[in-house]
Design a protein around this ligand. Structure first.
Ligand SMILES: NC(=O)c1ccc[n+]([C@@H]2O[C@H](COP(=O)([O-])OP(=O)(O)OC[C@H]3O[C@@H](n4cnc5c(N)ncnc54)[C@H](OP(=O)(O)O)[C@@H]3O)[C@@H](O)[C@H]2O)c1
Length: 296
């Protein structure tokens, strides 16, 4: 897959660390997990200050600093959950993309991750009160200090992206959004068309619907599992999750899927999707199962 020209050098699939705290890995287990996914070609890792994953990951990097050079680290800022630190909201959890919040959150992420730079910093969610000039100055300060290489957004609409793009001096290199056979709204939102016109990669989170897609607990997911199984047999894939990733990768927007598993064998399986081709008609058979009707 050729990467769009305005996307930095990232791996074709991304290791998602949202659930790291729940996994209960020791530092040694985490180091082994990181080394194994790097060996599989997954060298880009996705964090956010709000995930509370960064200090755990940073402890591992402190123990094996040579790994840092092999990784591209994504972090996110701009969500303030309620709690008791300057980065928390006093009472009401909210989105905050004011300049001081971006800088403070990024500085905390750098300390937690034990690194001197973040490769891609994203605004995690659109802040309805987003002060675009403050975002622009914060991005410039972080870039000039060498603390952040590239900037982007997550969960932004096309209009929100364009508003910010017009205000900042740096390119916006991605929009990280939810996309899977289970969550199709990105197909209609214009995000994929925008990314193709502007030549950047969209990142897709929860490609397996957070695991729900594979459980078949609803009529819709049972219908999807049947369609995915048919395509799995037709293309000779080993598992349904491979077909899901191949379906995401088949979109011409050259999407970068995020993986959310704690199980390296599931990573081993997922990367095989990079070599699976889903034909046009097969892609629509999965879409049809997802929406519950055929094309008009
Ligand atoms: N920007 C945003 O707002 C946003 C929002 C959500 C997520 N994200 C990012 O996207 C990443 C991925 O999201 P996600 O965790 O929801 O992804 P996902 O891949 O849809 O779900 C992963 C979950 O599914 C389970 N699972 C069950 N069967 C599986 C199989 N065959 N293969 C793989 N996983 C299976 C995993 O459990 P096991 O651990 O047991 O495999 C894990 O709990 C996150 O880690 C985070 O970095 C970003």
């Amino acid at each position: 897959m050729t990467t769009p020209s305005n996307t930095p050098d990232l791996s074709p699939m991304i290791a998602g660390y949202w659930r790291l705290q729940q996994w209960g890995f020791s530092t040694e287990q985490l180091l082994s997990f990181i080394e194994q996914h790097i060996a599989l070609g997954i060298s880009t890792v996705d964090h956010a200050w709000v995930y509370q994953s960064e200090a755990i990951f940073g402890r591992a990097l402190k123990q094996a600093p040579e790994l840092r050079r092999q990784l591209q680290i994504i972090s996110k800022c701009g969500i303030k959950p309620s709690g008791n630190s300057p980065l928390h909201a006093r009472n009401t959890a909210h989105y905050d993309s004011r300049g001081s919040t971006i800088i403070e959150s990024c500085e905390q992420s750098l300390r937690d991750l034990n690194t001197d730079h973040i490769d891609v910093l994203l605004l995690h969610r659109p802040d309805y009160l987003m002060p675009v000039d403050e975002v622009a100055s914060a991005f410039n300060r972080l870039k000039e200090a060498g603390k952040v290489k590239h900037f982007g957004v997550s969960n932004f609409s096309v209009a929100q992206f364009e508003l910010l793009r017009a205000a900042v001096d740096v390119p916006l290199v991605t929009n990280q959004i939810e996309f899977s056979p289970y969550q199709l709204s990105a197909l209609e939102s214009g995000v994929f068309e925008q990314s193709q016109i502007q030549q950047f990669s969209v990142m897709a989170w929860s490609c397996l619907g957070g695991g729900v897609l594979l459980k078949g607990e609803t009529e819709r997911s049972q219908r999807l599992l049947l369609a995915l199984t048919d395509v799995m047999h037709a293309v000779g894939a080993d598992s349904i999750d491979q077909v899901v990733y191949a379906w995401v990768l088949a979109h011409p927007a050259k999407i970068l899927p995020l993986l959310g598993s704690s199980n390296i064998e599931r990573y081993r399986s997922a990367v095989k999707a990079l070599n699976i081709t889903i034909e046009h008609e097969q892609w629509y058979s999965i879409w049809q199962a997802a929406v519950g009707h055929g094309v008009a």
